[in-house]
Design a binder for this molecule. Sequence first.
Ligand code: SF4
Ligand code: SF4
Ligand code: SF4
Length: 245
Amino acid sequence: MKPKIGVFSFTSCEGCQLQVFNLEEEFASLIDQVEFVNFREAMSEKGEDYQIAFIEGSITRESEIETLKSIREKAEILIAFGACAHLGGVNNLKNLHPMDGWLPSVYNRKDLFTDTIPTRRIKDVVPVDYVMPGCPIDKCEFLRFVQSLILKIEPRLPDYPVCVECRSKGNICLVEQGKWCLGSITRAGCDAICPTYKDSCAGCRGLVEEPNIESLVNILLEKGFSKDEIRSKLGFFNGLEDIEI
Ligand code: SF4
Ligand code: SF4
Ligand code: SF4
């Protein structure tokens, strides 16, 4: 019997779900091996008999909590799918200011979105079995991940930093050029796509095991970045905006 998969979305841009469709022909071969029973962007059926649940998005409304807990009860395996689910992602910006400050200016009417709450990662609400990092996730990593689950092999993520991929591509380091980059503390797996296109790594895949944050901070201070700039970069995906510098 094919494993049954549900893909669920909470507060997010749904770009991680789109990455699955970007597999194109490989997506067709994937549905020979698994059965999607619930996948909002792909189908109207809403099956409840899934063994594997991919959770996209973070929790930012009270009403989402019960829905997520109900999915957790049904799923044998639950995966935080993408940076919003894994780290809070861009939605963490909501937590940087008091709610009563921004709420009236964003929604204008007090009766709208009254159940909005500070952003929470999926693991803050229910136990998470695995994480698929990235903003968005990497479609090839998704394919490998699902195949591991089908074969009952423990899915593995790279345990080295983005710098390893970046250097192996022959890129000239952005930090050496006076720019900021979080590649040295960020988990690899994206093929260093941002620095390869001369854009700084913002850390969307989360921290590598044992990141040397202090060393990176010292280098960025030497390069002339202010403490506030560094906190802002570290806070964007990884919630380290309160770090002591
Ligand atoms: S992780 Fe990024 S691409 Fe994925 S849903 Fe969140 S904002 Fe969108
Ligand atoms: S550009 Fe960024 S990812 Fe590449 S080597 Fe430098 S710090 Fe590492
Ligand atoms: S280089 Fe950094 S910000 Fe860009 S995709 Fe990779 S982990 Fe994310």
